[in-house]
Design a binder for this molecule. Structure first.
Ligand SMILES: O=C(O)[C@@H](O)C(=O)CO
Ligand SMILES: [Mg+2]
Length: 277
């Protein structure tokens, strides 16, 4: 059966961030993910996980910056990662080292290394070369602690100018890096917008062993499954069947903005998940 993780950056928007752990556990989730842990002491987050019987399954590297203040400012000012950006290699390494420290404290097995925007006129070849080289370094560092490094293709409607948009591009990068612990974060919201043909893509990519994590949200409005164009029962059955055949046992992050953001709206919107949680 598919295993779902609550994305605490998007779900439970009516609650302060630290209270979202308890809310997710009460709704039946056994795991959580979120964009960034850096605004909170790692021990505080670890305590919330433990108190609520939750596993941390994913979080992101900082989107830019070199310390806690600049990590937050980088995201607010539109930075979406540095892994593919020539000239920002030192920033990437500082951010990745910080992510590894948090991963240790949170016992998190995978880190999403945010790829970043490609400046207008910047060369795709240079971005790819920078990405491969940064990931080779990150893979070595992460392997020392037994962790995976993920890259995520993102659609250009949500994030104009993002360098990595397609699954085949991500797989080519992963193969060029040549490290077993570098994988793709297959976000089906972005994949549906850019490529479609979701069940074929799942059946094509999951058996490669290079999919480290899934994320889901309905298209077009990034709300709960069942509020738009995707046949989720079919998608979850496909993930289940292909996983059983290839031995994949990862997580599916619920990275959606609840359609009802009012008090209790996230929990009321979980009817789609009742058979799974
Ligand atoms: O899909 C998304 O937006 C996220 O998974 C993310 O990490 C944003 O950078
Ligand atoms: Mg995503």
């Amino acid at each position: 059966m598919p295993r779902f993780a609550a994305n605490l950056s998007m779900m439970y928007p009516d609650l302060p961030f630290l209270d979202r752990f308890e809310a997710a556990a009460q709704d039946g989730f056994k795991a959580v993910e979120y964009l960034f842990p850096y605004a909170f002491p790692a021990q505080e987050l670890a305590a919330r996980l433990k108190a609520n019987g939750l596993q941390q399954v994913l979080f992101n590297t900082p989107s830019g910056g070199t310390d806690t203040d600049s990590f937050a400012k980088a995201w607010e000012s539109g930075s979406r990662g540095t892994a593919s950006v020539p000239g920002r290699e030192a920033e990437f390494r500082t951010g990745f080292a910080q992510a590894l420290d948090y991963a240790e404290a949170l016992n998190c097995p995978r880190i999403h290394a945010m790829v970043g925007l490609r400046g207008e006129g910047a060369s795709g070849e240079a971005a790819d070369a920078t990405l491969v080289s940064n990931l080779q370094w990150a893979a070595r560092e992460a392997a020392k602690a037994g962790r995976d490094v993920l890259i995520e293709p993102i659609n250009t409607r949500s994030v104009p100018g993002f360098h990595l948009n397609r699954q085949d591009h991500a797989l080519r990068i992963v193969q060029a890096v040549g490290a077993a612990n570098v994988k793709v974060q297959m976000d089906l919201f972005h994949c549906q917008i850019v490529e479609g043909d979701l069940s074929t893509k799942i059946a094509q990519y999951l058996p490669t062993g290079r999919v480290g994590h899934f994320q889901i949200a309905e298209v077009p409005h990034r709300h709960e499954p069942g509020t738009g164009e995707v046949n989720w029962a079919h998608i979850f059955k496909t993930i289940d069947e292909v996983s059983a055949a290839c031995g994949w046992d990862g997580w599916i992050g619920c990275e959606y903005n609840p359609a009802d953001a009012s008090v209790g709206g996230t929990s009321r919107g979980l009817s789609w998940a009742r058979g799974y949680l």
